[in-house]
Design a protein around this ligand. Structure first.
Ligand code: IPM
Ligand code: MN
Length: 398
């Protein structure tokens, strides 16, 4: 197989350290690739007015596979404050580069697996009958529609006349908002297309079939958000009936799902949701398997073969300057395994996952989160493994 080139995008904060450690693991596991660095993140916003420079898009276009660390995002006004003075007159508006990347390349399929590792001290436990303690085994694959819905970016404060007039044609708008002055309105749209909805649903069913999950759950809110959530559920019913009768189709509302999360997480298999609810439910399940130090993701466009793989934790700027990095690299390592699966390097992925599982099961090497410490520079002195030590432990098992 020709040697792959991977676009590595450290991004902000701790992104760089988890990415570097992960590449060390990949190399130790025998994954032979070239790496080129893609600029992305806060620094490029401040200095160039664009957190996602054109040259980075070109690199991804060319090489197709991106490994991404983490990103710092700030609200519009705070972002403007930090812009280089020379750029302040240009009318630039900050928007999240990771959301931009998803949209630019149509990375509409986002997969976020949440699987508990045996022996992880952060695994969720609950009280069973007679005060017993139960540790349910969580194995959920969340499919998040990654480009549309509330992330579509179609929004206004003080909407323009044409938009306002269009809204005024809707009787509910007239009734509920018709008295509010136009300039006092903020509108964010939630647009779903049939095409993208079908793509995410089918991806979920294909996955359920391939990995023998017994159910697909549409996690939305069709009882209230009738058009978008309603369309998604209806399409899921059609797809299930026509093509996947052997897989059960469940339907939960996002609010109730968050409550059931701790009640019966072992009952769920594949979950599929729109963009925002997928964001929410994936963080919810990640909390059951160890939190953001364990939450990995893949986002890709099956048509172009472009994929970007990233941990779903943030950039944790407060930990970024520690001389010895303390953050847990497992989410990034797991994301790299998803990348390996995507490019058919399944054997190397399996080898790395096995090593991670062994390190966790053994319980000797634990980052501060796994030791339930508050993240501070002295956690390593107190016995927590550093980022590098965790990566070393995984490499030793390889
Ligand atoms: C995620 C993150 C992003 C999102 C942020 C950083 C824009 O929370 O990947 O889940 O909301 O999608
Ligand atoms: Mn999120």
């Amino acid at each position: 197989m020709a040697k792959k080139t991977i676009v590595k995008m450290p991004g902000d904060g701790i992104g760089k350290v988890v990415l570097d450690e992960t590449i060390r693991v990949l190399e130790a596991a025998g994954f032979d690739a070239n790496y080129v660095e893609g600029d992305i993140g806060w620094e490029f916003w401040c200095n160039e007015g664009n957190p996602l420079p054109e040259r980075t898009l070109k690199l991804i276009e060319e090489h197709k596979i991106g490994l991404f660390g983490a990103i710092t995002s700030k609200p519009k006004d705070a972002a403007f404050e930090e812009l280089a003075p020379a750029l302040k007159e240009k009318g630039l508006v900050y928007s999240s580069p990771i959301v931009g990347l998803r949209q630019h390349f149509g990375l509409d399929i986002c997969l976020r697996p949440c699987r508990s590792y045996k022996g992880n001290p952060l695994n969720f436990i609950r009280r069973g009958p007679n005060n017993t303690i139960e540790e349910p085994e969580v194995d959920v694959a969340i499919f998040r529609q990654n480009t549309e819905g509330l992330y579509g970016g179609v929004e206004w404060s003080n909407p323009p006349d044409q938009v306002y007039e269009a809204l005024m044609t809707h009787p509910k708008f007239v009734k509920n908002f018709g008295e509010t002055p136009q300039e006092e309105l903020s509108v964010s749209t939630r647009i779903f297309t049939k095409k993208a909805t079908e793509r995410i649903l089918r991806a979920a069913f294909v996955h359920a079939k391939k990995y023998e999950y017994k159910s697909v759950t549409v996690c939305e809110k069709p009882n209230v958000i009738r058009e978008t959530s309603g369309m998604m559920y209806k399409m899921a019913q059609q797809i299930q009936k026509a093509d996947y009768p052997e897989i059960e189709l469940w339907n939960t509302n996002i609010d109730a799902q968050m409550m059931w999360l701790t009640k019966n997480p072992e009952n769920y298999g594949v979950i599929v949701a729109g963009n925002m609810f997928g964001d929410i439910v994936s963080d919810g399940f990640a909390g059951l398997i160890g939190g953001l130090g364990f939450a990995c993701s893949a986002q890709f466009n099956p048509d172009t073969g472009i994929g970007v793989f990233e941990p779903t934790h943030g950039s944790a700027p407060k930990y970024a300057d520690y001389e010895t990095s303390i953050v847990n690299p497992i989410a990034m390592i797991e994301s790299a395994c998803m990348m390996l699966d995507f490019i058919d390097e399944n054997e190397i992925a399996a080898k790395i996952r096995k090593s991670v599982a062994e390190v966790i099961a053994e319980g000797k090497v634990k980052t501060y989160d796994m030791m339930k410490m508050t993240g501070r520079a002295d956690v390593v002195e107190k016995g927590a493994a550093s980022t590098q030590e965790m990566a070393d432990a995984v490499i030793a098992k390889l």
